[in-house]
Design a protein around this ligand. Structure first.
Ligand code: NAP
Ligand code: ZN
Length: 346
């Protein structure tokens, strides 16, 4: 066991504070990683604030982990000391169910082990990336290509894969009229990845405040959803809509923006359920779906794609003791576009 510093939440209302946690000695199939950078995902905030149910406090959030290998178990061949690696939202799964066999570990029928607020195979709680080091089974470690700096690679491990996976699943390409709702951490990766895949990308943001950024990131069009004219003008105008908003929306209104056979994919996971009238679906054979991160092989494919196409997030690197203010800024939609904790400051 080794003791490392971490930032943890001890209740839904208390600020995160510095503490220490234990990390196991690497087993034969484990990789020990010195964490260099950890992204702040809105899911960290939902979890800490008990918006998805009461978590197992203390919670050490962080599932956008980029670091360097410091030790490997005797049976590990894929990684060696010094390699740049990443860990995303999962650290284990059953490996034998049909989902795991299909490379969809995120949909493990026996329940994937998530990077924090989960129970590991050995019965201990999992603690995430707001910490100096982590030990992870080699099958849940991905390689960060040399051309991606570690600070910019970190957000790809959740925000990147969460947008890459549905774009691939729904075969987004040159003929796709894509809308991304919400220009935050996930949304801005949707714009960049969608543009890199050749889609015509439109951003649907609450206001036009971030329009210049949206267009610079690769969008062709940018609309304010606070303006009712937007919904008239764009009616039946999209093939695929990726909803990255962390709060409830009037889904029926947004479904009306899909053309016949279009699909809306729920990526944001707000605290409360949302309603949609069946007319909004039936009126144009529209589909409402959802998608959760991506499998491990697909996460590696996404990192390689980002390296090849020079797709990286826009980040604001912060010191660890700024994490509570960063949370407030994310909640105020004041993030450009992902906070990344420099773990050397911990
Ligand atoms: P974020 O950086 O806070 O971005 C969310 C964006 O939603 C904001 O920037 C804002 O964009 C928009 N928004 C916020 N409140 C709104 C409101 N009341 N009405 C309309 N728009 C609003 O969060 P994130 O890290 O990208 O995460 C977004 C959501 O995805 C969270 O619910 C998170 O838990 C979830 N998530 C899901 C997965 C998955 O696998 N499915 C993975 C990661 C995260 P504008 O300012 O442009 O309007
Ligand atoms: Zn996340």
């Amino acid at each position: 066991m080794s003791t490392v510093s971490a930032y943890a939440a001890t209740s839904a209302t208390a600020p995160l504070t510095k503490t220490t946690i234990e990390r196991r000695e690497p087993g034969p199939h484990d990789v020990a990683i010195d964490i260099k950078f950890a992204g702040i995902c809105h899911s960290d905030i939902h979890t800490v604030k008990a918006e998805w149910g009461v978590p197992n406090y203390p919670v050490v959030p962080g599932h956008e982990i980029a670091g360097v290998v410091t030790a490997v178990g005797a049976e590990v061949n894929k990684y060696k000391v010094g390699d740049h690696v990443g860990v995303g939202c999962m650290v284990n799964s059953c490996g034998v169910c049909s989902s795991c066999q299909a490379g969809l570990e995120q949909y493990c029928k026996n329940g994937a082990t998530f990077t924090y607020n989960s129970t590991d195979k050995d019965g201990t709680p999992t603690y995430g990336g707001y910490s100096q080091a982590v030990v992870v089974n080699e099958n849940f470690v991905v390689r960060i290509p040399d051309s991606l700096p570690l600070d910019k690679a970190a957000p790809l491990l959740c925000a990147g894969i969460t947008l890459f996976s549905p774009l691939r699943h729904w075969k987004a390409g040159q003929d796709t009229r894509l809308a991304v709702i919400g220009l935050g951490g996930l949304g801005h990766m949707g714009v960049k990845l969608g543009a890199a895949m050749g889609c015509e990308v439109s951003v649907l943001s609450q206001s036009l405040k971030k329009m210049e950024d949206g267009l610079r990131l690769g969008a062709s069009n940018y609309y304010a959803t606070a303006d009712p004219a937007t919904f008239k003008e764009l009616r039946s105008g999209f093939d695929l809509i990726l909803n990255t908003v962390s709060a409830n929306l009037d889904l029926g209104q947004y479904m009306g923006l899909l053309d016949v056979d279009g699909t809306m994919v729920e990526l944001g996971i707000p605290e409360h359920p949302m309603e949609v009238h069946a007319f909004a679906l039936a009126a144009a054979r529209r589909s409402l779906s959802g998608s959760n991160i991506g499998g491990i092989a697909e996460t590696q494919e996404m990192l390689d794609f980002c390296a090849e196409h020079d797709v990286t997030p826009e980040i604001e690197v912060i010191e660890a003791d700024y994490v509570n203010e960063a949370y407030e800024r994310v909640l105020a939609s004041d993030v450009r576009y992902r906070f990344v904790i420099d773990i050397s400051s911990l």
